[in-house]
Each structure stands twice: as C-alpha cells, then as structure tokens.
Design a binder for this molecule. Sequence first.
Ligand SMILES: [Zn+2]
Length: 259
Amino acid sequence: MDFTIEKYNQLLQQLKDSRYQFITFKEYCEGVRPQRFVILRHDVDLKPKNSFAVAEDEKEFGAKASYYFRAVPESWDDSIILAIHQLGHEVGYHYESLTTCNGDMQKAFDDFKKNLERLRKLVPVSTICMHGSPRSPYDSKDIWILYDYKTQCIIGEPYLSTDFSKVLYLTDTGRRWDGYKVSVRDKIEDYQEIWNAKGWSFHSTDDILRALQENRLPDQLMITTNPQRWTNSRIEWLKESVLQNSVNIVKRVVVALSE
Ligand SMILES: [Zn+2]
C-alpha cells in the first residue's frame, strides 16, 4: 500500500541510506548546501494532528523538515505548531491571502501581515509558502508582484526562492508523485519537461525508492507532502487491520473450539 506512514518511513530511511542530509527550507535560503541534501516540505492543509505524527517520526529518524500552516481552523492549532517547533522542525506560514481576499492586493497584504504576526507570537517564522487553492481564480503568489515579503523579514518562498535548475521538486499532490499533470499550481512548469526527459517523473513511492537505490536522483531534492493524505491512509489501514485482527481472533476461537 502506498501513502501510508510505513511507506513514508521507508522513504526517510532510503534517503538516509542514500546519504541525503535533511535541511530545512530556511537553512536552504540561508545558503546551507551539503553535498547531498533533501528539503522535506509539508503543507499542513488540514488535520494538523497527522502532521504532528509525521514530525515525531522524522525526529526519530534524525530528520528535520519544514511545516507550513494555513491561517484557518482546519490547519492552525497552537499546541501542535509549538510542539512541531519544539521537535526541531521549521514552521512557516502557508499563505492564501489573495484567494481569501478575492484578489484585492492591499487587503491581501494586510491579511498576510496580520496572520504572520499571529504565527510569530508562537514560533519564529522565516519562510512562507503558497497554498495552491485549485478552485480559486487567484494565484496567491501574485501578491509578490506588488509587494515584497522581504520587508516582513521573510527570507524565502519555495516556488520563488528555489534554484530548480539544481533542485528536483517532487510533490504528492493528487496523492501521486506525477500529479503535475493534473495540479493547478503545485508544479514547476519551467523544469518539469527537463525532469521528465531525465527520467525523474515517478508515480508511486516505490518508484522513488527504486530510483534512490539505483542512485538515479540528483544531489539536491525538495520533497513536498501533505501529511493528511499519508496518515489518512494509515487510519484506514489501521481500521482494516483491527477488523482483520478481530476476524482472525474469531477464526482462532472457532479453530480452538473445534479442536
Ligand atoms: Zn496547501
């Protein structure tokens, strides 16, 4: 089964075995460049508890990641934001102000600043990342045509500050690794064809694991996941497992009684 916590842990283990160092997006923006590295980015679109579970797993693997929270109740949870920060991960703001403000640039920038300030009351914030809002006609990144996030002491935005001529971008958008075919905004259009030509397009996590084992991936990676997808599968998986276990217990009882 793909997109389970177990599969994610396999990915972490393989990245470690393939000698990728885990760096946060903040560190990347500060110029940290180990010979081989991976930036683990997590967009906390909803279900923050699931992100916390992933954050704990990463901590056990000695991995650091960057978690981006939206300023909406289904993502934002004070205690989880604090806990993820305390585990040693980076916390950033997953902004969507231009969308929620219906394209009004000034309102959007005010909203952005207000939410950023609120997040900074909890944890230090150095980077931000756009929430894609596929159903919205507005691209929240467009706010930076008029304004500059650097005036807010923000040092980077993954879509705008990453050198994709060196960093391969992989995202689980659409709960598959080749979702760039269907994604509205979570994709790097300028480079995707080049990556495809190099054989760096993958469908399943196993495809990525194989490529890592065969040393076919570049030295610089950004891997984005939406933890609610992965953990959801695990809950389903657990439900199924509990069900199967009880079925097995019943079977065992039946077997015992008939002996
Ligand atoms: Zn998002």
